[in-house]
Design a binder for this molecule. Structure first.
Ligand code: C2E
Ligand code: MG
Ligand code: MG
Length: 672
């Protein structure tokens, strides 16, 4: 999983609904505050609207007049002017204006007028302006409070005319004061209350919408989290969740001194279980397994379900022994998770030792889990439970696999694969009877490599089919060349991998290669490994018959190394039986081995098959095989695998070999 994906998922995991809830609550509080003070805000606004309107119309009325006071007197408005020192210079000296107190400056008003003006209280009314000593605490609004409203209603006094003074600056630096009235009616109060109500309602509506959105978002987020971090099958945590949580745990400062085990725990025969039962039963089983594992790990450890029957775990541990016992406990409980059954569980373990912060940051958990899986894979397909720890040898192995895989294509193009020949001799006459073609790889960087190190990799990655073609083609070409030179050639066997047998036209492919190289089919023998016979017997029989009908001999390689050898013999129409080298290895009970070999040779003869004994290194083995009637011997006693040129020499000598001498003249190919 990429770091970016992980970061994104982490963000989703981090988001706490509590944070959003806090935001909603804050908005709610703000809205309530707005609701409570809204009435006053609107009341203030309407009063100011009236006052600024009045100021504007008065200014327009009198600003053009040469003698505004005369006009004012005429309209019976109380007024007066002052000089720049505040002394009354004309107009009514007994006015009721509180002009000696501080005025409300025009900057106090929201709405701007054509001129600057000031508002002063009238001594006969404290309803409108009530200023404190320094005139800062100005109460404009108590006329809107509930008492004044109820007073007004009780007294059927539905309107109020409140006197106040407006002052305009005059040209000589003085002021012109004009008495005017603020006319307020119950209608104003109702209007203000209605506006406040509408706004409050709108706010409430917004709040409800926000709240509904938040709730639905909450459940939506819950289902997204479920989708991303929950496993559909076991209903519990999944791989993504595991990666994020494990990353957090191992990177916590206080956890740096702890050792952690990343474990890949697998229900070994899950597929079989599903086949024998049902998918539903299998899935129920996975949930049960998950719960059992989760209860088996410590409170600060992690367990999740990733793919199929794989469970990643993160376990904190102090020493390997306690870790093993924790895992053993979990596994032994899992083994008997269902009555009357014993299941196998495989655990691969990769250890994260105590590290520095920087080292922990560099850890790629995906990779560590891969190591754990690689360790688990070492346990193979076996039914019994097991625990395997990852070590660097495994890592080296993996690196080797990567290198081989990376180089394979070019190696084929550059003809880096070399065909070695190992002769097969008649143990009685010591005459050359055949040979086996064995591959070697000569690479500039990797050196000279024997097949045991790369064939299994090719078998795994499928490249083996190309190798098989390559070998058949080269052997056919060599045989055709030797034939054209007039040599007395013998059949050469070529190994064909079991992976190749799934191809329907394998026999045709081999036939076509032999034809293309002008090699008669009787000089090529096809070796199949015994284990290949278990894959698809019918197809195998069909291919063998076709190969034989085209003129190729077919042999069974490594007979006796598997378990069902006799069964395969019964069903398969083979020409040659190659007895596995294991029969002749020193460790075994020799007498018993000889009995089995003797019987195998007899059996082959009765089935009209020739026998080849592989891995023969000593004279007594040759003598025994000669006595029992084994047709050919392939082993170091006679010769090790050798390059084509050496084999050509040997073929040409046309004489019986002197075994001890020949076997010592080894070629580089047998240094394996
Ligand atoms: P195999 O087909 O059973 O080949 C016999 C192996 O036994 C060869 O190992 C050979 O060198 C070795 N051998 C022969 N005589 C003796 C002996 O007296 N003592 C001992 N200790 N070993 C002996 P090699 O060449 O390393 O090949 C190993 C396996 O690799 C082969 O087993 C075969 O399964 C596979 N292989 C080799 N070449 C090819 C190939 O071209 N194609 C395919 N598909 N597999 C190949
Ligand atoms: Mg072979
Ligand atoms: Mg063999």
């Amino acid at each position: 999983m990429s770091k970016i994906d992980l970061k994104r998922a982490n963000r989703i995991l981090k988001k706490r609904p509590a944070a959003s809830a806090f935001i909603i609550l804050l908005i709610f509080v703000l809205l309530c505050a707005t609701f409570v003070s809204g009435y006053y805000v609107f009341a203030l606004y309407s009063v100011q609207l009236k006052m600024t309107g009045e100021a504007d119309s008065l200014y327009n009325m009198y600003s053009t007049e040469t003698d505004p006071l005369a006009l004012l007197r005429q309209s019976k408005r109380d007024s007066f002017t002052t000089d720049s020192d505040g002394r009354i210079i004309s107009g009514n000296k007994d006015n009721s204006c509180c002009y000696t107190a501080k005025p409300i400056p025009s900057s106090y008003f929201y709405l701007k007028t054509e001129t600057d003006f000031e508002v002063y209280a009238d001594k006969k009314s404290d309803m409108l302006i009530q200023a404190d000593q320094d005139g800062t605490d100005i109460k404009l609004l108590h006329l809107f409070d509930t008492n004044s409203i109820s007073d007004a209603i009780e007294n059927k006094d539905m309107s109020k005319s409140i006197p106040y003074w407006i002052a305009f600056p005059t040209d000589d630096g003085g002021k012109l004061f004009i008495r005017t009235y603020l006319d307020l009616s119950v209608g104003d109060v109702i209007f203000t209350a209605a506006i406040t109500g509408i706004f409050a309602f709108a706010f409430l509506l917004i709040l409800i919408v926000l709240f509904v959105y938040w709730i639905s978002n909450l459940s939506h987020r819950k289902s997204i989290r479920k989708l991303i971090f929950m496993d559909r099958i076991s209903g519990n945590h999944n791989w993504m969740w595991f990666l994020i949580r494990a990353d957090k745990i191992i990177n916590k400062r206080r956890n740096l001194s702890n050792s952690y085990a990343v474990v890949n725990l697998v229900f070994a025969r899950y597929r079989n279980f599903v086949l024998c039962h049902s998918i539903e039963h299998g899935e129920r089983m996975l949930s049960k397994i998950y719960l059992e594992i989760a209860s088996g790990v410590g409170p600060s450890d992690l367990a999740a379900h990733s793919t199929e029957a794989h469970f990643p775990l993160l376990i904190r541990f102090t020493d390997e022994e306690t870790l093993r016992s924790t895992l053993n406990n979990i596994i032994s409980k899992l083994e008997s998770i269902e009555k009357d059954h014993k299941f196998g569980f495989h655990a691969g373990v990769a250890v994260i030792p105590p590290q520095t912060k920087a080292e922990r940051r560099r850890i790629d958990l995906d990779n560590v889990y891969n190591f754990a899986s690689a360790a688990r894979m070492q346990l193979g397909e076996k039914d019994e439970s097991g625990i395997m720890f990852f070590d660097n040898k495994l890592l080296e192995e993996q690196k080797w696999i990567d290198k081989v895989t990376e180089k394979q294509k070019d190696a084929l193009k550059n003809e880096e694969f070399i065909v070695y020949y190992q002769p097969k001799y008649d143990p009685v006459s010591n005459k050359l009877q055949g040979a086996e073609a064995l591959i070697r790889w000569q690479n500039d960087e990797l050196g000279f490599i024997s097949p045991g190190r790369f064939i299994p990799i090719f078998e795994n990655n499928g490249f083996i089919t190309e190798i098989d073609h390559y070998m058949i083609e080269h052997v056919a070409r060599n045989q055709a060349q030797w034939l054209s030179k007039g040599y007395d050639i013998v059949p050469v066997s070529v190994n064909v991998s079991r992976a190749h047998f799934i191809e329907d036209d394998l026999a045709e492919q081999i036939r076509d290669i032999a034809i293309s190289q002008n090699c008669p089919p009787e000089y090529i023998e096809i070796e199949l490994t015994e284990s290949a016979f278990f894959d698809d017997k019918d197809k195998m029989i069909e291919t063998i018959k076709k190969l034989q009908s085209y003129g190729f001999a077919v042999s069974m390689d490594d007979f006796g190394s598997g378990y069902s050898s006799l069964n395969s013999l019964k069903d398969l129409p083979l020409n040659i039986l190659k007895l596995d080298a294991g029969f002749f290895s020193n460790g075994d009970d020799l007498e018993r081995s000889e009995v089995v070999v003797a019987e195998a040779i007899k059996l082959a003869k009765n089935l009209n098959m020739k026998t080849v004994a592989e891995g023969i290194e000593e004279k007594p083995q040759v003598d025994f095989l000669a006595r029992e009637g084994c047709d050919m011997i392939q082993g170091y006693y006679f010769a090790k695998p050798m390059p084509a040129s050496d084999y050509e020499d040997r073929m040409n000598r046309d004489e019986t070999v002197s075994p001890s001498k020949e076997a010592s003249s080894d070629t580089p190919g047998h240094l394996e």
